[in-house]
Write a protein that binds this ligand. Structure first.
Ligand SMILES: C[S@@+](CC[C@H](N)C(=O)[O-])C[C@H]1O[C@@H](n2cnc3c(N)ncnc32)[C@H](O)[C@@H]1O
Length: 238
């Protein structure tokens, strides 16, 4: 399981946008979202961050179809592609940036695909990756930076966000892994992304964080979880 499927736990648009800002996207970027859900990150990437193309993979057929309909209604079908497919079998063409809001196990499972995508990335084979809430739990694959996104007006809703620079050698104990591990040690993990920068803001909180925490603990995210987002954040950063 990459993430809960039956019930959608979507990132707040504000969080998705702030996460994408960490990638410093340009119109030249091709962004991939593995498990794109209702497309919050795909839409933010195109509408708020100006990427030329965003591709989402979603295993829930009705969800993917609904998103395709919405994208068409918004006139964005040239910029956003939604594929109904298991993300583990996805084979994106020359992506340059990746967004993932998945549970830890899902991030680990996706790593092989991400490494393949890095090999196809142009031209330096470096893929910028951002994960929301969880880190990629693989030794040698370390974030180059991290931040905490605080939703305005919801002081207790904090979403950790991690940025990786993935190359085909990442996670294999190569030079890239060593270099990024060093950079991560220098990163300011407590920096705060609540200030407005770049992309537009759109407030809106959800209880996705605790739900995903439950899923990571073995459930499907449907179980009621009393923990608030900061608790989930603390659990994953401890
Ligand atoms: C936590 S939601 C994140 C949705 C969106 N990316 C966001 O940031 O709000 C995870 C999504 O991944 C989808 N998913 C789970 N397993 C998947 C798989 N193997 N392949 C593709 N999508 C999957 C779920 O159906 C769900 O829509």
């Amino acid at each position: 399981m990459l993430a809960p499927r039956d019930k959608l736990w979507s990132a707040p648009e504000y969080v998705a946008t702030k996460a994408l800002e960490q990638l410093h996207l340009t119109p030249d970027d091709l962004l991939v979202d593995y498990g794109c859900g209702d497309g919050v990150a795909l839409l933010a990437a195109v509408q708020n961050c100006g990427v030329r193309k965003a591709v989402g993979y979603e295993i829930h057929a009705e969800r993917a179809a609904a998103l395709r309909t919405r994208v068409a209604e918004l006139g964005l079908s040239d910029s956003i592609e939604v594929k109904t497919v298991n993300a583990l079998e996805a084979d994106p063409k020359e992506p340059t940036a990746v967004y993932m809001y998945l549970i830890e196990r899902g991030l680990k499972l996706m790593l092989e695909n991400v490494l393949r995508a890095a090999a196809a990335a142009r031209p330096d084979k470096l893929l910028r990756v951002v994960t929301v809430l969880y880190r990629i739990p693989v030794v040698g694959v370390e974030p180059v930076s991290s931040t905490r996104v605080r939703i305005p007006g919801k002081a207790d809703m904090v979403y950790p966000v991690y940025v990786y620079h993935i190359t085909p050698e990442s996670g294999l104990g190569g030079e890239a892994a060593t270099a990024t591990a060093g950079a991560a040690a220098d990163a300011d993990a407590s920096s705060d992304a609540s200030a407005t920068t770049g992309c537009d803001d759109a407030a809106g909180a959800s209880d996705a964080a605790p739900a995903l925490a439950a899923a990571a603990a073995g459930g499907d995210g449907a179980a009621a979880v009393a923990a608030a987002a900061p608790a989930a954040a603390a659990a994953v950063t401890a």
